[in-house]
Ligand binder design. Structure first.
Ligand SMILES: [Ca+2]
Length: 80
């Protein structure tokens, strides 16, 4: 019984993490801020609370993702 509950918990946790990764526009490497190969909870939460704003880069309108915590840019995506 306890093993079955453990398996269900792991499957649920993996599902939640997969859904979360599908929602955020960042790669694992983007979010691994200290480049240690592991995504810490604080790193994940830093990227989870993000906003989107338009910026101009070399005359092109791009999308900038920024951290709500401190307003620092996380990633800039341009069409071209
Ligand atoms: Ca890390």
């Amino acid at each position: 019984m306890k093993i079955g509950l453990g398996i269900v918990s792991v499957v649920l946790l993996v599902t939640v993490i997969a859904i979360w990764f599908a929602r955020v526009p960042f790669t694992y490497d983007d979010m691994d801020l200290n480049q240690d190969g592991w995504l810490g909870l604080s790193e994940a939460m830093y990227f989870f609370d993000h906003g989107v704003r338009k910026v101009t880069v070399e005359g092109e309108v791009c999308t900038e993702y920024y951290a709500l915590k401190d307003g620092l840019p996380l990633k800039v995506v341009c069409e071209n």
